[in-house]
Design a protein around this ligand. Sequence first.
Ligand SMILES: C[S@@+](CC[C@H](N)C(=O)[O-])C[C@H]1O[C@@H](n2cnc3c(N)ncnc32)[C@H](O)[C@@H]1O
Length: 256
Amino acid sequence: MVKISYTESHKYAAKGAEYEAHYQTEAWERFLWSREQEIILRILDKYFAGRDVDLLDFACGTGRITSLLENRVKTSTGVDVSGSMLAVAGKKLERTEIIEADITQDNVLKGRKFNLITAFRFFLNAEPELRSAAIKALVELLAEDGYFVFNNHHSLGSPWIRLLYARHLRKNPEGIFNVMSVGEMKKLVESVGLEIVEIYPVGFFHPPKVPVPFRLNRAIDSIACRFDFLKRFSESPIAVCRRRKNHGGDASASRK
Ligand SMILES: C[S@@+](CC[C@H](N)C(=O)[O-])C[C@H]1O[C@@H](n2cnc3c(N)ncnc32)[C@H](O)[C@@H]1O
């Protein structure tokens, strides 16, 4: 079986419109997005108070994250490989520089620095080589005092994801069902000299095939987030990362 890189997955003409519709109609995605918005704005307040922000939204797609942030930062740049996704982004973004490029192959942004780099819904689905190429390209663009914020929307810490993953391995091991643990998130960023400074848990109650009302999910999240021991069970954690102290941030230096 020929394996196709995740880089090709969003390039077909209808994908941008399909992705946008998915976020408007799917209850779980709408709920996650409501939580993600709150958390991203909290991160902005906590780590960037009084600072100018130069944002790079990597794999920006239809501009979901970028559109939340573009009017709250000094400069806003979005990069993605899919013209179809970027066509949707172009309609909603007003002050973002949109770049269609694969910076894992040719880092057209080389020489520029961003103190906030976001990457949502990318690393989970990227195959190992792409994960590694992307994180290396991004760390080159991260300012010394910058933060890298990314999520993992199928965390193995979630009992529901574990259940679905076990079923997938039993019934359809040839198919695709990506999962990532918090340990793998840590390893990924540590491979390029970054460290996770904080993890925000998102999404706790997602039993397969059971529609859970938006408000109930919000209430469950708001309670679960108060208890440290529950945080590792969330399905879609968001990690805030920065350069590790006493580390040059050079990807090669981490291969000791
Ligand atoms: C699931 S979408 C996420 C879009 C957006 N970040 C969000 O959270 O809504 C994943 C995106 O990754 C993009 N992508 C895949 N490979 C890429 C690469 N090598 N460089 C940049 N973007 C890439 C796809 O084109 C797609 O737009």
